[in-house]
Design a protein around this ligand. Sequence first.
Ligand code: SF4
Length: 350
Amino acid sequence: MAAGRPLCKGMPIHLTIGNTHRCNFDCFMCFRRHIDLKAITQWDLGIKTFRQIAMECFPYTLRVELSVSGEPLASPTIIEELNLSAEYGIRLNMTTNGSYLIRDQIRQALLNTAGDISVSFDGATKDTFERIRRRGNFNAVVNGVRTFNEERKKLPASNRPNVGATTVLMHSTINELPSWVSLMHKIGMDSLEGSHILVPADRDQESLVHYKILYNKMREESLAEARARSIPLILPPPFPLEDQTPGEKSTEEGTPAPLPSKDSSILCPYVWHRSWIQYDGSVSPCCNPNFRSSMGNVNENGFKAVWNGPAYQKLRRSLRSGTADPACRTCHLVLRQDREAVPDDLFIIN
Ligand code: SF4
């Protein structure tokens, strides 16, 4: 790269906006149980900052995701956020616990701007659901989601949001997985997906590595149920039963992956195309928790000043020149290539 400042020609086409930290549920496997919520001083982004981001970015943005740390529809200004997104023609993507879909006003505003909606739903019975998704009301979520699905299916196909369900695969729910498939189909979901629980130390007994035969059996039954109902279902592969026994350590465990050599460039898809705006208006380049530096704050001089400000320029230059932060050099989100392979049209050189 010739000497100069790596500015970015365009605005990000993909934004994640943390609109709220709030969540009305307290699911027992949620990562929020392991963060100090009392230390949060600002719970909501606020409509003023949301409007600033919309004004600067939405004319250029193809894809916007709302909060991944809280329940996005719990924001106190959610109706204004949804209406503003609709005004700019944005299709919002989000993961939701589905509880706010019982409210008419939220459903109607969401129908005007929703793109891909993923509803987290665990268990197929009221008892299991409410034991896992604490403070949740099974009947309210089922009714809200069903109504939203009925309403969206009346929209023309070109404006119709996609709605899928996701579930956490664990011991408490695995016996209900085939019934979950049937229930989700009944309430109008388009697609289904399950992912293994990320086990907190106090919940090790929930991991299906201890119940491999059971998982494999319920997986087969659930896939058969999905085929019978013609609904797509993605599940992790079956456990190879001759695999290592639970608790046995991989021989490679503890050997850190080697860092890429110091002078290799990193072709990061994030810093030229995407951005991540946190709840207090601070901007991160991505969701890698090991990358801790802020790029600036939208509340100071707006997003554009951050996007081509000193921190972003320094980061882009370091990725190109092979002097990147260790978080970038061990990043699972990027394609690493030789310096020569980084396309020059990603840069404007002053
Ligand atoms: S941590 Fe990964 S995704 Fe984030 S800026 Fe560095 S290389 Fe890009």
